[in-house]
Design a protein around this ligand. Structure first.
Ligand code: ADP
Ligand code: ZN
Length: 213
């Protein structure tokens, strides 16, 4: 089963992606994580991506599509049960490119009230080691990850100005993909809320369970 996870920044894609991938044995492919790892390691891709991610803009399509196309040729994907694309595609160009090198069975779309997104993103803290995310309001001042003890940090693009431009990019470029995949008949719509991530995951799981069989 090959899936796409779609949703605005702050919709909780990362958390749901980890859970979905674990439950169905899918390879989790996050283009945002790939870019952040490259930036951290100072690779050529990282140097190129940095100015875009820092500004909340999209890294050029040619680079992004090549990265994903290559990633889908790795052994874990070839020998596995399928994959979950998280953060890709991000616009129509990428969606059409993806159609030339992949077969997608379903698109999990998380709709969420945009007012909630700002607070979520600006309050988000992420574990340096395992990538788990938290909201400051639930941390009670903790600075390390409850799961692995790693140090928590605020992503550079989670500051208010960058968050605004990421939301604008989502509305202009990514939201049209909902229509694209609705027309293909493979969209699965869910509504995010302030409820704990487990609640949304249960709903997604119920639908995907029937989808797998
Ligand atoms: P978000 O929390 O905004 O969904 P991601 O972690 O998915 O963020 O991505 C972080 C940044 O990485 C984006 O703002 C963008 O600069 C870059 N990026 C990630 N995926 C893509 C993509 N498919 N195309 C272009 N740029 C991307
Ligand atoms: Zn951790």
């Amino acid at each position: 089963m090959n899936l796409i996870l779609l949703g605005a920044p702050g919709a909780g894609k990362g958390t749901q992606a980890t859970k979905i991938a674990a439950r169905y044995g899918l390879v989790h492919i996050s283009t945002g994580d790939i870019f952040r790892a490259n930036i951290k390691n100072g690779t050529e891709i990282g140097k190129l991506a940095k100015s875009y991610t820092d500004a909340g803009e999209l890294v050029p399509d040619s680079v992004t599509c090549e990265i994903v196309k290559d990633r889908l040729t790795w052994d874990d994907v070839k020998n596995g049960n399928g994959y979950l694309l998280d953060g890709f595609p991000r616009n129509l160009f990428q969606a059409e490119a993806l159609d030339t090198f992949a077969h997608i069975d379903g698109v999990v779309n998380i709709n969420i009230d945009q007012a909630l997104l700002l607070d979520r993103l600006c309050g988000r803290r992420v574990c340096k080691e395992c990538g788990e995310s938290y909201h400051v309001s639930t941390l009670n001042g903790a600075t390390t990850c409850a799961r692995c003890g790693g140090e928590l940090y605020r992503r550079k693009d989670d500051n208010p100005e960058t968050v605004q431009s990421r939301l604008a990019v989502y509305n202009e470029q990514t939201a049209p993909l909902i229509d694209y995949y609705t027309k293909k008949g493979i969209i699965l719509n869910f509504t995010g809320s302030e409820a704990p991530a487990e609640v949304l995951f249960e709903e997604i799981g119920k639908v995907l369970d029937t989808f797998v069989k």
